[in-house]
Design a protein around this ligand. Structure first.
Ligand code: PRP
Ligand code: ZN
Ligand code: MG
Length: 223
């Protein structure tokens, strides 16, 4: 389908921790979409906005490249993507949101002793966030070997792929199920509404002002 020039394009996560909350937020802002997720592109019925359902990891790039005007994405994914790109100038964080809370943490097999970061020197660390992990270890002055995996990071120690992991922790149940324990937090995150850094055309800018006003009302009401 064509994406008309006078409608805002917003990228949200197709399925995952942010999906339901992202859709609920739009609903609370009075933006109606029906039968979500069956199509990858949906037009709001009552507002000049189109929704694109994608993998969360793709959202920063879609917004930075201007394929979408807006995106709702975790600050963890955003920061990783910006580090990889080497610049934060292609997007603007318009609002931080009150959902999607999580932390990026270093976790070890439960039985592995730990007294401090120096215990990790020279170990292999599996992660889907190589940039954030690399930056943290560099800042701490601890040498480490990063093993990049796009998913199922928590299984890496048992497979012998890595000694420890650096992954997102939300409820903690994934770590618990895999007999891992978090020892250091390297990044704290919530969801954020981001916009491509280039100015919106007047029609879109007007629509976006309305979105922001409603969003601020919703977030203020939620406290
Ligand atoms: C993260 C992480 C774990 C899970 C941890 O994945 O990779 O799989 O969440 O959550 P828990 O502490 O509540 O068990 P995410 O939701 O970011 O999905 P993705 O890796 O598929 O993008
Ligand atoms: Zn993801
Ligand atoms: Mg995951």
């Amino acid at each position: 389908a064509n994406l008309p020039k006078d409608r805002l394009r917003l990228a949200i996560q197709k399925s995952g921790r942010l999906s339901t909350d992202s859709l609920d937020l739009l609903k609370a802002c009075g933006i109606k979409v029906k039968s979500p997720k069956e199509k990858l592109l949906l037009h709001a019925d009552n507002f000049p906005l189109d929704l694109l359902f994608v993998r969360d990891d793709d959202i920063p790039q879609l917004v930075m490249d201007g394929v979408c005007d807006l995106g709702i994405v975790g600050q963890n994914v955003l920061e990783e993507s910006a580090l990889e790109r080497g610049t934060t100038s292609a997007y603007v964080v318009e609002r931080t949101l009150d959902f999607g809370g999580c932390r990026l943490a270093i976790a070890l097999p439960e039985e592995r002793p730990y007294t401090g970061l120096k215990d990790l020197a020279g170990l292999r660390i599996a992660t889907s966030y190589p940039q954030l992990t690399k930056r943290y270890f560099a800042q701490q002055g601890v040498p480490a070997e990063i093993v990049t995996l796009s998913g199922s990071v928590e299984i890496a120690p048992r497979l012998g792929l890595a000694d420890v992991i650096c992954d997102l922790v939300s409820s903690g149940s994934t770590l618990e199920a895999n007999k891992l324990r978090a020892v250091e937090t390297i990044f704290k995150s919530t969801a954020a509404l981001i916009r491509n850094a280039r100015p919106l055309n007047p029609e879109k800018a007007h629509a976006f002002d309305i979105v922001l006003r409603r969003l601020d009302g919703v977030q203020k009401a939620a406290g």
